[in-house]
Design a protein around this ligand. Sequence first.
Ligand SMILES: [Zn+2]
Length: 405
Amino acid sequence: MFALIGTAVDAESVRRNAAVIVEGKAIRAVVPADELREYGVDEVYGGGNHIVVPGLINAHTHVAMARFRGLGEDLPTEEWLERIIWPMEQGWTRKDIRKWAELGIREALANGSTTINDHYFFANEIAEVAERLGVRAFIGQTMMDEVDFPLASPEEGFRFFRRWLGRSELVTPVLAPHATNTVSLDLFRETAELSEETGARVHLHLAQSRAEVEGVKKRHGTSPVGLLGKTGLLNEKLIGVHGVYLGEEDFSRLAGAGSTLVHCPTSNVKLEGRTINLEKLLDLGLNVALGNDSPNPTGILDPFLEMRTAGIVANLTAGKPHAVPAREIFGMATLFGARALGLRAGLIKPGYLADLVLINAEKPWFRPMENLYSLLVYSARGSDVEVVVVDGRVVYGKGEKTEKG
Ligand SMILES: [Zn+2]
């Protein structure tokens, strides 16, 4: 049993001088720090100048793409894919993948992400690395059948899924069709059936580019969301990513179905020069989670920078300041991400998973320590993270053991 001490902040409340007590894999209690001695904990991390938050959830990423960081930075998207990304992906070996997935996962953990939702090839290798490093990971093997890309064969996708189903406490396999213009109706239907049968999440890119929307319209006479409606995928297990070319009707359908949209603001602005109208989508009641996408194009897997970008960019599309409160943005990176993945996490409450982050707030940019949500979204950064706990285990940062219980 151990405790994290500091101001405990989650999307529902701010509790000053709190001790968050962890026992096994769960949060046992949240008590005033001066009552801690009654619990006989073995170790204590943090103190007065710390903030404890639920672990941040990176709801869309490709960790192994750390390999491509900064490459082709100034090329147009199509050229970037054709000249840099795809040729390098064809050359991947299993050894490369292990090395770069490890780097990407270490980067995510160091910046405070306790959960990743990854979508890539060589999912088996990524899953093994994730389990070894102790991050909570939802992992899907990318599947495409409308494009000739052997790494993304549906057979391999289903094989990975079945192999990891129910196998690990930390790694949960998800179904990962690539996007609405690279996957056939039949493959979408097969995916929907397997999701129905197993309860698995379905994670896909959704209306990320104009070409995708035009392609779907031409082939199926509908929008990407309309297409998902035809295949049985439009439900609460669907995690669609980006959505920058969706119309209002599509967003309403996603909200009505209880699906999740993952917002990746840095990636969208860098690759497409576009974003979603976050304020409107939250008003519709759509569950919007936050993703870093990959280190190329975003530069770094830092959920704090992503929150900050989401908050600022929301004002641009709304055409007014303060479009989305910082507290709501923080909810996207924690509670709404947990909801998307079906996790009992994202809040600091007894019985919730002990996925927690301790932030060292003994720095000028945390003063005055008054509006905690604003500090977390606009002032904090990943490098302020001191200790990361996943599933009740300290997986990053030694932390200062300030006292012995
Ligand atoms: Zn992506």
